[in-house]
Design a binder for this molecule. Structure first.
Ligand code: ADP
Ligand code: ZN
Length: 748
């Protein structure tokens, strides 16, 4: 019987089935491999020439876990062949081994009632490792009744502080408190903590489709009915739901969810950024009475197991998740929704390189379910599928309840420059001031974390670069660090130039959100500011709290990176200032203009979502650029037409197909040799073109030298067979590696 293991082997392995077991495809089993027991999935495909049963090792056991549904097995195979990845590598994403066993009634620990009261700044959710210093140096010996004097070491203090009033699973306590398990055992022996059962994960409620039904406008109602019909049809279809920000798209696709709930099937909703989920979850709950199940990579292990099980058993009827939710074992998926379908965050760039939007469509196909792609600024890929008649198109033309679209204006930075060393034009500053005067909120958007993207020595001109990458180090002033946003390298910010040793000559060049925040603090000392960036706001909880504070008008000025751009609905926010509208155009890759329009349109959409009209100011050095023109005029249709016209003749996506080969090696020489060999063996055929090899823009990443080749074919030519044949002609030298990226989004 073929069993697929979650490792990059070329295919399933054959095992004998002992007479005591009956196995069917999808069953999750334990099998011996190299003297270890591994978890695998019984696969359907015949795995090559049959081996005499006597030679096969037997399957050890079948696990007590719901089998992997056939549509998910098909998805694993499909992604493997589309991305040229070993099927086991894809299976690994679908087989959360730690999720297979049901969450046990876990044992946990709590403080004994009279344990010394140690708290971490009254914030039990903060991981102690990151929390302000707890002074324990002079911690006195504490007398606990029934016990001799117990010394409160720093580790023990951390454990007590981490516990607070909670019960924490034994499996997690040591990690959360950052101590060894022996510390925990020692504390139990000394009577500082005691075992206690962990309360079980809250059950997954049943969303009620009739909990609070909205009153739709006639245009909205028509689209909602069309989507309900798609769900009822119980067949695979793809629909683009397209409409300006604030037109009610979310409200409407929740009707499709309602229809799916009524049909008793499950729904998967993919969001590009799980930080977005906070407001979404609240909205879902208002509509259906309970929150949906949530799936993302930061879930705690208990919740992860419970959720995985609840999905497999059908108890979780609606799952909202990041791209990895695609691999959950839905037994009866009836609807797949991809919100903000144009987002590049749906592309996974590490490991198996896949586009979650496209794979969501495939998943829907294998489940005979409709897929709904939602966006105010659809990707050209999706629009071309609409044009070709493959996808249906439903459109909403106006904002709900008469809210008007924001007025977008460009600020020509050459005419109205900021003061020296500053980044906000007086025109923008005046507009912000005016909105505060009206008692409204404003937002500054800059898609760059940290204080400054580059540090330069004014004496010798040296620029501080990452030792591992072709990239400048970004200053994070609050943390007094320089950090590489590509490899994560960090170092304390130096005070003297590492090259010329001059003192006090290192100068920050250009702004990040931290620097804009500093400038705003000088300009508007009395207003309440909030910074939202992925590094200052990790996880959905922090984002939820931020959203609450903004809605409650506890904040006047919001400053953020792209995390503020998406999906939020802030009724009192009326002014959006884009600090550097040209930023995304600099890279100049295939989709730079498209992406800039999408991102800035999205940011602009945060303004004026309720009664008060919104206003958007774009700081730019090239107001004549077609992207700025499109945003200012609001004529996105014309922009899209121009963009299509530019891509069509050269067969650029979506009118052609791309696949990138990324060669990397620790030695530049090996990378070059491999890249040259690939170049010499490049396929040649009508409609097939190879560009490169060239050094990658990120010529060194994590210490590896990188070269790129790009395969471009006509749309009617599949890239996979060409790639397979090409790679088979080339021997990759030792130490070099070739990564394949089908449908590349990043060209770095
Ligand atoms: P989009 O997803 O297109 O940006 P939303 O669905 O977020 O739009 O709608 C924008 C706002 O208008 C939300 O606060 C939403 O609750 C509200 N809204 C939209 N349609 C209706 C409706 N028919 N009845 C009540 N509120 C609505
Ligand atoms: Zn780096």
């Amino acid at each position: 019987m073929p069993v697929l293991l979650p490792y990059p082997f070329p295919g399933p392995f054959d095992y004998a089935v002992p007479p005591t077991l009956t196995l069917a495809p999808g069953d999750i089993v334990l099998v011996p491999l190299n003297r270890r027991q591994e978890v695998g999935v019984v696969w359907d495909a015949p795995s090559g020439p049959a081996v005499a049963d006597a030679k096969l090792k037997p399957v050890s056991a079948r696990l007590d876990a719901p089998p992997m549904p056939a549509p998910l097995r098909r998805l694993v195979e499909w992604i493997a062949s589309y991305t040229l990845s070993p099927p086991g590598a894809v299976l690994a994403m679908a087989l959360r081994v730690n999720a297979l066993t049901p969450p046990p009634m876990a044992a946990g620990w709590r403080r004994v009632a009279d344990a010394p009261d140690v708290r971490v700044a009254d914030a039990p959710d903060i991981r102690v490792a990151d929390a302000p210093d707890i002074r324990v140096a002079d911690a006195p010996d504490v007398r606990v009744p029934h016990a001799p004097a117990i010394r409160l070491t720093p580790q023990r203090t951390r454990v007590l502080a981490t516990l607070g009033d909670r019960i924490i699973p034994s499996a997690d306590l040591a990690r959360l408190a950052d101590v060894g398990t022996s510390v925990i055992r020692g504390m139990a022996d000394k009577g500082l903590i005691e075992p206690a059962p962990v309360p079980s994960v809250p059950p997954f409620g049943r969303p009620d489709p009739a909990f609070r039904t909205p009153h739709f406008s006639s245009a909205q109602a028509e689209i909602a009915a069309a989507l309900r019909a798609k769900v009822a049809a119980h067949t695979f279809t793809v629909t683009l739901l397209d409409g300006v920000t604030g037109s009610g798209k979310t409200e409407i696709y929740l009707e499709a969810v309602a229809a799916c709930l009524q049909s008793g099937r499950q729904t998967l909703i993919l969001l590009p950024e799980i930080a977005l989920s906070a407001q979404f979850l609240a909205r879902f709950e208002r509509r259906f009475g309970v929150a949906p199940a949530l799936w993302h990579s930061d879930l705690g292990s208990r919740t992860r197991r419970a959720t995985w099980r609840a999905v497999a058993e059908g108890a979780a009827q609606v799952v909202v998740g990041a791209r990895s939710a695609l691999f959950l074992p839905f037994p009866d998926l009836g609807l797949v929704i991809v919100d903000e379908e144009h987002e590049t965050a749906f592309k996974q760039e590490d490991g198996v390189v896949y586009h979650a939007r496209d794979m969501a469509v495939v998943r829907a196909r294998f489940s005979d379910a409709p897929a709904i792609l939602v966006s105010a600024t659809p990707s050209l890929e999706t629009l071309s599928n609409v044009e070709a008649g493959r996808y249906a198109h439903l459109r909403l033309q106006t904002r709900h309840a008469g809210a008007s679209m924001p007025a977008i204006a460009a600020i020509d930075m050459r005419d109205a420059p900021p003061p020296r060393g500053k980044f906000l034009s007086p025109v923008l500053v005046a507009a912000i001031r005016a909105s505060f005067a009206r008692g409204e909120q404003a937002m500054l958007f800059l898609n760059r974390r940290g204080y400054a993207p580059l540090t330069l020595c004014r004496a010798c001109g040296h620029r501080l670069a990452c030792p591992n990458c072709t990239a400048w180090l970004v200053e994070h002033r609050a943390r007094r660090e320089l950090s590489c946003h590509h490899c994560g390298h960090t170092a304390p910010a130096p005070t003297i130039c590492p090259v010329c040793a001059a003192e006090g000559t290192l100068a920050p060049i250009g702004p990040g959100v931290e620097r804009i925040t500093e400038e705003a603090a000088e300009l508007f000392p009395d207003i309440r500011r909030l910074v939202m960036a992925s590094d200052t706001m990790p996880g959905p909880h922090a984002a939820a709290e931020a959203a609450r504070a903004i809605e409650a008008r506890e904040v006047d000025l919001l400053i953020g990176t792209q995390i503020v751009a998406k999906g939020w609905h802030f009724p009192h926010l009326t002014l959006v200032g884009v600090v550097d509208a040209d930023l995304g155009l600099a890279g100049g890759d295939l989709r730079a203009a498209e992406r800039t329009v999408q991102l800035l349109h999205q940011v602009a959409g945060r303004a004026g979502r309720a009664e008060a009209p919104g206003e958007v100011k774009l700081q730019t050095f090239s107001p004549e650029h077609p992207v700025m023109q499109a945003l200012v005029s609001g004529d996105l249709a014309a922009f899209y037409e121009a963009e299509k016209a530019a891509r069509r003749p050269g067969h650029w996506p979506p009118y052609g197909r791309l696949a990138a080969l990324i060669v990397s090696a620790e030695q530049a020489e090996a990378a070059d040799r491999c890249a040259r060999a690939l170049g010499l063996a490049a396929p040649a055929a009508p409609g097939v073109e190879v560009l490169g090899p060239t050094p990658a823009p990120l010529a060194i990443l994590r210490g590896r030298h990188r070269r790129r080749l790009l395969l471009k074919t006509r749309r009617d030519i599949a890239v996979q067979p060409i790639l397979l044949a090409w790679l088979a002609r080339v021997e990759v030298p030792r130490g070099a590696r070739v990564d394949v990226d089908v449908d590349p989004v990043s060209f770095l």
